[in-house]
Design a protein around this ligand. Sequence first.
Ligand SMILES: [Fe+2]
Ligand SMILES: [Fe+2]
Length: 193
Amino acid sequence: MLGLKLPTDPRWVNIVEKNIEEILTDHAYCEQKATSTAISLIVSFPEYTELVTEMTALVKEEISHFKMVHDKIIERGWVLGRDRKDEYVVALHKFFPKGGSRTTQLVHRLLYAALIEARSCERFRLLSEELEDKELAEFYRKLMVSEANHYTMFLGFARQYGNREDVDEKWQNLLDYEADIMKDLGKKETIHG
Ligand SMILES: [Fe+2]
Ligand SMILES: [Fe+2]
């Protein structure tokens, strides 16, 4: 349903499980970055009224996710650590050439956002199914549903604002590229690592 071409090896959860503090810190920043992405789309593309409306709602939702994760960190007696570099996102953002028309740039940013939501959703699903910590598993099950909706929304906007055929082709190519990146990942206790 998410279109991803390479599933995460479930053994990734065993790595995560050994360092819950680390995954929660990394996850908190994923939610912060999702919030920042939504704000940045508003600033860059203000004339796309429907997008601005949805991004405004998304800012609130993603920052509420940040709060949920931050509260979990506090509950467990930890303190939010410093931001980690997300190598997955850095590698992903190299796929589309820079520049092009405004619409092209918008489509590229929407497709990147859709894919990050899709992969996050897949990772949350694994956590919800495999974590021995049942309280945390339930936490991830709820978040998984939200991220699946975000994936659909971003892909929908890309298809709405771009040329449908062109967007679908780009999406398939991006999925192939992402699967290639993922071959070397799944070994770290981060959401996309
Ligand atoms: Fe989120
Ligand atoms: Fe999201």
